[in-house]
Ligand binder design. Sequence first.
Ligand SMILES: *Cc1c(COP(=O)(O)O)cnc(C)c1O
Length: 360
Amino acid sequence: MKRAINFGAGPSAIATEVLLEAQKELLDFRGSGLSIMEASHRSKLYEDIHNEAITLMRELYKIPENYEVMFIQGGASLQFAMIPMNLSKGGVAQYADTGTWSSKAIKEAKIQKLNVEVVASSKESIYNHIPSDIKFSDDADFAHITSNNTIYGTQFKEFPSTKAPLVVDASSDIFSYPIDWSKVDVLFAGAQKNAGPSGVTIVIMRKDLIESGATDIPTMLQYRTYSENNSLYNTPPTFGIYIIWLIMKWIKEKGGIEAMEELNIKKAALLYDAIDNSNGFYVGHAQKDSRSLMNVSFNIKDKNAELEAKLIKETEAAGMIGLKGHRSVGGLRASIYNAMSIEGIEALVQLMEKFAKENS
Ligand SMILES: *Cc1c(COP(=O)(O)O)cnc(C)c1O
């Protein structure tokens, strides 16, 4: 069996141990004679997994009691609409525009005709940094940030302080470092980058915000529907939640989210060092103080598209996939989520160094 070294941005790598575990119990889960996929979402067999996934998540991510953990479908993109639908009180909705995903969130709030304010933006510089002067109003209905900008490779090092409910789109860095919940009121993530397969969105929200949310919107768009029914109001994406459970167990085995962070810092340093020590052959897209530990976007000197294509070809020949950068930045992007091993990154760095030597 050959496993690719998967640098894809999402859906992205899942640890081989996790997939092997899923394979092992695919036909007969816990002696039931059923695949977990075939089990009723009302069965004890499934509900135990569902609840264990939430319990483990609470334990590892240190989620306070007054926050709810919910599984919702529709991707992170549906959250762009659900957040304003539920949290808007007719006041102002504030956003920091740090990339494509922030601007998509802003677009959804505008569709709902909210009073939208963009308090900071790095759009002019192709989103190559997180603005340092982000100030949200304490009386905003909510304040929205994207903790990690998947395309541009920038990441908040510290969340802005505000009394307004802070909403964090953590789709590409959930579970990669511990969260200071005293600063965060809502955190959501499509699972497919760092937490599982596509089809599940994890939403962690302060309970009082759920309770005071709008009631004049469709049932499936109200957070209380998920909260009051333990995300079992209708059929949840059971197989995806099962894989999330396996991944939570895997994170625990590896030493928890603190250990993930430690490893992620080491992993990212290897790549950024390779860029910084290349005598200008490689040029990182993000400014140094905004660099993401999850997505490393870079170009070859003078945005040499020919050489970039050649390098991508060589990575593919070496069993690496998913390194082509997003069209808005070009070049290459290495997505190095929790499941990317240090060996995978070392292989890429080695290839990059050799390529620079041969092509400078
Ligand atoms: C991928 C991504 C999204 C979109 O997620 P979907 O689940 O495809 O809707 C939103 N925000 C960020 C930061 C992302 O990386």
